[in-house]
Design a protein around this ligand. Structure first.
Ligand code: PRX
Length: 580
């Protein structure tokens, strides 16, 4: 990571609003998670993320405040108050109860960013069941794998996405029902449940399940080097971390209009697109559509967004489109911008200043950690290219291969975080062994490599495994290789992340063919089509190369690192285990 960019200094006294954390060192010194819990406390000591985000505000002074300003892709706008969301989520909770859903059952979501998705996730949390949202651009195979992994009991989807669910329904025997949201209000045909009809017959009132801090709440799937994705399971106590980081990293104030561009199919879209903003009682904008450079600035202008949380790939796409676009819009409402999910290059940090006068604040965390662990803050100078400093109450370190802390500045090692903290996952669903393997003593091993400078800023170096980060989404090579091998022409497949100037990495596959198949352009296209239909466009390889045979260890494991080194023209490293 580059360190030759000047630090961006702050004039904290003259920021448009006084940061909730005006002094980083002081807050670190006095930090108490219990004090945070006290800000959220319910008289009876129960914790429920839906209550903290919605009912707590609906039952108080913010009852009629807008919680959600939703903009559809067709430009129409809908607004929902905290009280409106309380009632809608109660109705959905009643619907689930009527279906017999029990505490800790897994309810899956496969839907676009529409208001009903948010009502339904909160409704699920109110019943004590586990909400498991999936990215709507997934193909049927990743959906089925995840549903099976966690024995999902039901799936909430939309009419548009229903065909993908119908394609896998028989392969998911745990699924008892599929519920379809049709925003047009037309009756849902066939054996599927009709969201609108069930909601109309349900009640505005619901007695929230008596969930405690360690009861399950949400599950997100994340990829590893080997095997299929794992379900990182979180508990209601995570809201303590979401609320605290919403207050001190997102710096949310009561009058903010906040916009997080992430999809709730990924953890950023729930921790920071649902729980952090709403536990802090702020109004948030939700845009149904995807990326669009002019469109995004139009949204900032129209809704007077003040705090914006987005991702490096999006920033790099905005950079490509140029500063002339933001300058056509009135972005004067913006006061604070952040980025997460992949390394944000210094040029990206600085581009915000050129384009609309504000630098991007990078921060770091993972599906597993549940909330932001390392961040840049409004009150601290930014060192462009650095992820920032640990959140108060969080101890992060660089450790060596023997799991000893490296104190010497700028020495590379594994990034580790001292366990525990409130938002940490409590297990990988049905895979405790894997969960346990992530810890060494008191350290949680993140799987990333990094270094720390003499002033305590952390600098990301890269991942310590074969997981691919494409446009901020993690893709496990094994999942892609498995889909490729299903094709009759493919003998072996090895999948790597190939560096890309915009998406950071793209998924690239190497395949060897079975006897009788020729490596033609037509077959390459067919394989790409095969993978896209099964996995969805964000997971399928963008490039496929044919090789006569793939490099393997003597025990038959494909050497992805060697494929990558050869692709990039880098030294091949230790090849002593390579088969002859
Ligand atoms: O490799 C790191 C990268 O994304 C991983 C976490 O991805 P995921 O579990 O999908 O969580 C998404 C929520 C952030 C990390 O292990 N990553 C995340 N943030 C950064 C990052 N890499 C560099 N800089 C970051 N700010």
């Amino acid at each position: 990571m580059v360190m030759d960019y000047a630090a961006i200094e702050k004039d904290v006294a003259n920021l448009p609003v006084t940061p909730n954390m005006p002094d980083y060192e002081a807050l670190c010194g006095s930090w108490s998670w219990d004090a945070i819990r006290a800000e959220l406390a319910r008289p009876d000591g129960l914790v429920n993320q839906a209550y903290e985000c919605i009912d707590r505000h609906a039952l108080g002074a913010s009852r009629d405040k807008d919680a959600m300003i939703w903009e559809a892709t067709d430009g129409s706008i809908e607004r929902y108050t905290f009280e409106g969301m309380r009632k809608q989520s109660n109705r959905f909770a009643g619907v689930l109860k009527g279906l017999g859903v029990q505490k800790a059952d897994r309810v899956f979501f496969f839907a676009d960013r529409i208001p009903e998705l948010y009502f339904a996730i909160f409704g699920t949390l109110k019943t004590g069941a586990i909400a498991a949202p999936l990215f709507s651009a997934f193909g049927p195979v990743p959906v089925a794998e995840r549903v099976r992994r966690a024995d999902g009991i039901g799936i909430v989807t939309t009419l548009r996405l229903l065909p993908k669910i119908e394609a896998i329904r028989d392969a998911c025997p745990s699924i008892k029902w599929v519920m379809v949201i049709d925003r047009n209000g037309d009756p849902v045909a066939g054996q599927n449940l009709d969201y609108q009809q069930l909601m109309a017959a349900s009640s505005d009132e619901f007695a929230i399940e008596r969930t405690g801090s360690e009861d399950w709440s949400i599950m997100h799937f994340t990829s590893g080097t080997t095997g299929l994705p794992k379900g990182a399971a979180h508990v209601h106590e995570a809201v303590t971390g979401h609320y605290a980081t919403g207050k001190y990293v997102l710096d949310l104030h009561p009058d903010d209009i906040y916009w997080c561009t992430a999809d709730p199919g990924w953890v950023t879209g729930t921790s920071y697109g649902i729980f952090a903003p709403w536990s802090n009682g702020v109004t948030q904008v939700i845009y149904e559509g995807g990326f669009g450079s002019a469109k995004w600035f139009e949204i900032i202008q129209r809704h007077k967004v003040t705090v914006w949380y987005t991702a490096p790939t999006a920033i790099r796409m905005l950079m490509k489109a140029g500063t002339a676009i933001p300058q056509r819009f009135d972005t004067s409402s913006l006061r604070y911008c952040m980025s997460v999910g992949e390394p944000l290059n210094p040029e990206g940090v600085i581009w915000g200043q050129e384009a609309f006068g504000l630098a991007f604040h990078d921060n770091w965390w993972q599906t597993e950690t549940g909330a932001i662990m390392i961040a840049n803050y409004p009150c601290l100078p930014i060192r462009p290219g650095s992820m920032g400093k640990p959140f108060p109450g969080i101890e992060a370190a660089i450790i060596d291969d023997e799991f000893h802390e490296i104190t010497e500045p700028m020495r590379e090692g594994q990034l580790a975080v001292k366990h525990p903290w409130p938002s940490m996952m409590r297990t990988y669903w049905n895979d405790k062994e894997r969960y346990d393997s992530r810890f060494k003593g008191e350290w949680y091993i993140t799987g990333d490599r990094a270094k720390r400078d003499a002033d305590g800023y952390f600098w990301f170096i890269g991942r310590d495994d074969d997981v691919i980060n494409t446009a901020g989404h993690l893709v496990g090579p094994f999942e892609v290789e498995s889909a490729l091998i299903e094709h009759p022409a493919v003998a072996e497949a090895g999948v790597i992340g190939k560096p890309d100037p915009v998406a950071m990495e793209i998924v690239k596959a190497f395949v060897s063919l079975k006897d009788g198949y020729e490596p033609t352009e037509a077959l390459r296209r067919e394989l790409i089509g095969h993978a896209r239909a099964r996995l969805g466009p964000g997971v399928a390889p963008r490039e496929i190369d044919f090789l006569p045979t793939l490099p393997k260890t003597r025990s038959g494991k494909i050497m992805r690192r060697l494929l990558k080194a050869r692709e990039l023209g880098l030294p091949e490293g230790d090849t002593s285990t390579l088969e002859d």
